[in-house]
Design a protein around this ligand. Structure first.
Ligand code: MLT
Length: 313
């Protein structure tokens, strides 16, 4: 009967593929995960809760979810889920760890090209009735040194893609193996060396207590004059105010930023600066990535609800 089916609560907008992937085995309910009161009420009857990055799944939500077996994160980052609090309550946390890595890497490249060729500013100027070629002189990527901070899955995909532009690649990642780096043609260096040598710095780290604020005012004081900073990873890895100051001073020549310390947001010290390109956390926003995130997470959540082993993707 319908009432005996496990209840899966979707707290954010997910690709339609997620419904097909769940099939009739479960009862799907919807709630707006950013509406705290509604979430706390709805989660009480849920066997599974599925979120993207906007819903904070903390101890309060996990306690309210008395029947929860599993929390599914339709994406990669788990910084909005308190995993230890879930584990304490016997709630499994599953994500879709490869669903959007290509999209994230491609978006970092999109931001980089937008910054170095001034695409958004030139677009705005031409639409505004100006034909001003000399104001939008860019720089080539060819021959530049690109520093990849975090050579994990996304950092590696980013490195492979920018290599095609004739760049020299260096990376900082205390967990990366020399063999993998060599395979990618990437030289592993310390963070200080990366900051000093890179013409372009792109961040590809998860946000953890260890990495939050890694690129702060001190770090930005070490970069090469005019370096470009790209962050399509997480807000707060780069200090927004410090980055805005460095751009204003001209030490940082430009920045491409997809993620912010508070989201959603329509205010940041970066928004007023001409050589900064911003997007509202669009790294994973492709039809392919959202389809994959939906189906992958639904698959893992179904296994967890049946009490089956959930393999790492
Ligand atoms: C992720 O961690 O998967 C991304 O931030 C994408 C998202 O959930 O929107």
């Amino acid at each position: 009967t319908a009432s005996s089916r496990p209840v899966v609560l979707l707290a954010e907008k997910l690709a339609p593929s997620v419904m097909d992937a769940f099939g009739d085995e479960v009862e799907i309910r919807h709630v707006d995960g950013t509406d705290r009161a509604a979430l706390l009420e709805a989660v009480a009857d849920a066997d599974a809760l599925v979120v993207r990055s906007a819903t904070q799944v903390d101890a309060e939500v996990l306690t309210a979810g008395k029947k929860l077996t599993v929390v599914g994160r339709a994406g990669v980052g788990l910084d909005n889920v308190e995993v230890p609090a879930a584990t304490e309550r016997g709630v499994l946390v599953v994500n879709a760890p490869t669903s959007n890595i290509v999209s994230a890497a491609e978006h970092a490249v999109a931001l980089l090209l937008s910054v170095v060729r001034r695409v958004p500013a030139a677009d705005q100027s031409l639409r505004g009735g100006e034909w001003k070629r000399s104001s939008y002189t860019g720089v080539e990527l060819n021959g530049k040194t690109v520093g990849v901070v975090g050579l994990g899955k996304i950092g590696q995909l980013f490195a492979q893609r920018v290599a095609a532009f004739g760049t020299t690649l260096i990376a900082y990642d205390p967990y990366a193996t020399a063999a993998r780096a060599a395979q990618l043609g990437v030289e592993l260096v310390s963070l200080d060396e990366l900051l000093q040598r890179s013409d372009i710095i792109s961040i590809h780290l998860p946000k953890t207590p260890e990495t939050a604020g890694l690129i702060d005012a001190d770090a930005l004081a070490k970069v090469k004059q005019g370096a470009i900073v790209i962050n399509a990873a997480r807000g707060g890895l780069v200090d927004e105010q410090a980055l805005a100051d460095a751009v204003k001073e001209g030490r940082v020549g430009g920045a491409g930023v997809d993620v912010f310390v508070t989201e959603p947001t329509t205010e940041s010290p970066l928004f007023g600066l001409p050589n900064v390109v911003v997007t509202p956390h669009l790294g994973a926003s492709t039809s392919e990535a959202q389809d994959r995130a939906g189906t992958d997470v639904a698959h893992s959540v179904r296994l967890a609800l049946r009490g089956d082993f959930v393999p790492d993707a």
